[in-house]
Each structure stands twice: as C-alpha cells, then as structure tokens.
Design a protein around this ligand. Structure first.
Ligand code: FES
Ligand SMILES: [Fe+2]
Length: 433
C-alpha cells in the first residue's frame, strides 16, 4: 500500500480524466420532483462547487479527520483536509486533540507540510512565527524590532494571532472536527448510526496502511456510492459470485432519524432462495457461476463481532465511510480536489490485540478494497464513467426512486435508494436549492 500522499495523488486504475466542464450558462434550478432527482449540473458546476466549501464543509457538520491512534503521543501531528481546507490534527502535551487550520496567522502560509510527524511546535518557514500544538501563537520573529527600528506595533498581542481552531470530538477512536459552534454533539449528530460505529470499533485500533486514490469525478458521485445499497450486489461481481454479499441473504439498512447518515449490512451464509431472486439474478452479469477462485482464502470469514454480519458499509454526511468487508476494516475520507476530481484516502486498520494471523487475514482481504481492490475498483470506475457521461449534458437529471419516492419507508430493505434521496434532501437544504 502507498504511504499517505496529499500531493496530486495516485491515479486510479480506471480511466483517464474527463474534460473539465464548468457548465457555464446551465440553468441552476433544481428539478421540481425534489430529492428524487439530482440535476447533472450539480456534478459539473464550478460555482456550486465553490459554495459547497462554505455551506457544507464549513457548515454545521462533523468532518472526519483521522484516527486517535494516528497521533498517539504528545507532539504527534497529521495533516488532512476538511473539504479543500488543509488542517492539522495534533496531540498536545496535555494529550488533548486539536484540529487547526493549516494557515499561518501572519500572511497565510502553510505551517505544516508533512503528512505525519512529531514536533514541539508548528513553525512557519516564511517569517518564523511559531504556534503551540493547540494553535496559539508563541513567538513572532523580530517582534521587538532591531536596534530600535522595525518590529510589530506596541499593541500587538500574541494571543490575538493564533491559528484558526476547530471544535473536535471523538467516538471509538475516530476523530471529527467542525468549524461551526452550532453543530450538535457528535453522538447526537450521528444518531442511530453511532451503533454501526460502536459495533465495529469496539477496542483499541492499530493502523495497517494507507492508500490515496485520485478519482476523476465530482465528490458527490463518490459520496452517493457507499450509501447506494442497491448497486452493491449488482455491480460487484466478487460479492455476488462468491457469496460475500447477495440480496438473497439476510440484510438491512439503517438511517439516523434525520436521514443524514446510513449503514447497511449483509449476513453471509443466510441464503433464502426465492423464485423472483432466481429470475432476477439470471439476468445479472455479476452473478457468474462459471467463475471459481484458485485460492479462496480471500473469502475466509469468521463471525468476528458475534452478530453474523459479513459486510457493513457505513457513511456519514458529507465525506466519511467506515467499512467492514469480512475482516477488512478501513475508513475512507472523501476529499474534494476541484469540481471534477476527488481524492479518496483509505486508512486500513485492525485492532491492537490482533495476532499475526489475523493481521495477515485483514491484509489479504484488503485486496477487496482500495484503489485497485477487487470490489472497490468498480466503484471508482462507475464514478468516472458517470462523470464522462454527464460532461456534455446541458440538461438531464438522475432518477432516484428505487424503493419509493419518500425519505422514509417501513422496513429496511437494501433494494432502496432511500439513503441517496436523504443525502440530496440535506444537500438541497444546506445549499439553498
Ligand atoms: S506567513 Fe507565516 S510567518 Fe509570515
Ligand atoms: Fe460499491
């Protein structure tokens, strides 16, 4: 796996970048059907993309920034992103976690250039202003001037020139941050979906590796994907053919009451055949009885969490995914990089008490995930194909009515685009469409 790389990153293994269209002149009215449609310009329009940075990424939401275990001891730091804004996650001497805008309070230079590191202070190379790991300005070079000349004004106060600080909250080792004072407490904001986090992250974590993938598509195309339980058993040959996840198995989908977040799950080995299932899967190219694995160890799975769930994909608004695919565990951080490009940062992990055999099993099954993963490669490919197909569209919109036209339904069927309708509902509200 590649080290974390925040520079223009690893090309995905799919196709080349589509032409960048900024949809100049497109009508920007949302279709009258509302959240059962997403107009194609919303994936293409540069002005809309710029407004998302303010209305969503600096709005009243919690944004994933990392794992506590990535910065375990005083002085540890990690640079990451909230939307396009570079931020630094630090562990201060008092063990507190801090998320600071990576922009010097003097003239806006980046104060932290490495992906990870250890430091006593954050030092801006431009004019040597130094900040504590809590973001307070501790020293400004030549602030008193030299030989009675120069220097900062007499009323200059160090305390008035710190780095911009975010609010920080944690749950089960995940670290989230927000720019807004109005974002509700993290667990309240997560609602019922916190259960899906606590189910997997039930003890101290150990990072196994990273993979950063550049997807040539708008960030929302990827954000829709892991909350799209309808596609999982249709697009992905590996799931259906080899039985890790099928619609014939016991499964379900859980949204929080507000409809911002979702997880869906499948229990392998709980097949219930039915005539309508057989008739449908006979039409699916992803269920291929002619394929067999020379080495089936990638499928080996034991009920690690004691509830029979073999696959759980959890997604929080607007840019975080937690997956359990058999024994492969990872976070995915969706980082927009312009209207038609997205970096997807995968952090693979296990538990601190895993033995070597379990660590190896997690690493082997991680071949299902990531930029070239046998399941996940198809998600990036579809996002890029969508971006290509939409690129010249002056009109048009997606149709999101699988499982009904409502935000809510009775039952928990995965044959539903309910989580996507809920996403667009919140997006419309945040953006004022
Ligand atoms: S921009 Fe940072 S010290 Fe001048
Ligand atoms: Fe998928």
């Amino acid at each position: 796996m590649c080290p974390l790389d925040h520079s223009p990153s690893t090309p995905s293994k799919t196709s080349s970048a589509p032409p960048q269209h900024h949809a100049a002149g497109l009508a920007r009215a949302w279709p009258q059907e509302g959240f059962t449609r997403a107009p194609y310009w919303v994936y293409l329009d540069a002005q809309t993309y710029a407004r998302e940075q303010t209305h969503i990424f600096r709005g009243k939401h919690w944004h994933y920034v990392g794992l506590e275990v990535e910065v375990p001891t005083p002085g540890d730091y990690k640079t990451t992103y909230i939307g396009e804004q570079s931020v630094v996650l630090t562990r201060a001497d008092d063990l507190s976690l801090n998320v600071l805008v990576n922009r010097c309070a003097h003239r806006g230079n980046m104060v932290c250039r490495e992906a990870f590191g250890k430091a006593k202070k954050l030092y801006c190379v431009y004019h040597a202003w130094s900040f504590t790991l809590k973001g307070d300005l501790s020293h400004a070079a030549f602030s008193q001037g030299l030989r009675g000349e120069g220097g900062l004004p007499k009323d200059f106060q160090l305390s008035e020139h710190g780095l911009q600080k975010c609010r920080v909250a944690t749950l089960c080792g995940l670290v989230f941050a927000t720019f807004s004072a109005e974002t509700p407490p993290l667990e309240e904001w997560l609602g019922e979906v916190a259960v899906g986090i606590k189910r997997v992250l039930n003890r101290p974590l150990k990072v196994l590796g990273y993979d950063t993938q550049r997807i040539h598509a708008n960030w929302k195309a990827y954000h829709e994907n892991p909350r799209d339980s309808y596609h999982a058993n249709i697009l992905h040959t590996f799931y259906g053919t080899f039985g890790l996840s099928r619609m014939s198995q016991e499964s379900g989908m859980v949204l929080d009451k507000a409809g911002r977040h979702v997880y869906f799950y499948t229990k392998a080995g709980t097949e219930k055949k039915s005539a309508d299932y057989e008739a449908t899967t006979a039409q699916l190219r992803s269920h291929n009885d002619g394929l067999h694995l020379e080495d089936p160890s990638i499928l080996g799975w034991k009920d690690e969490f004691g509830d029979g769930v073999s696959v759980q994909i959890l997604s929080t608004y607007p840019g975080f995914v937690l997956h359990q695919i058999a024994h492969s565990l990872a976070t995915r951080h969706i980082c927009p990089k312009g209207v038609g490009q997205t970096d997807l940062v995968w952090t693979y992990f296990g538990f601190a008490d895993d033995d070597e055999a379990m660590t190896q099993k997690r690493l082997v099954q991680t071949n299902l995930a990531g930029s070239a993963g046998m399941v996940s490669v198809e998600d990036a490919a579809v996002c890029e194909m969508m971006q290509h197909a939409m690129a010249d569209a002056q009109v048009g919109e997606s149709f999101i009515e699988m499982g009904g036209k409502e935000l809510d339904i009775q039952g928990s069927s995965k044959l539903s685009e309910r989580a996507i309708r809920n996403f667009w509902n919140h997006y419309k509200e945040d953006m004022g469409f």
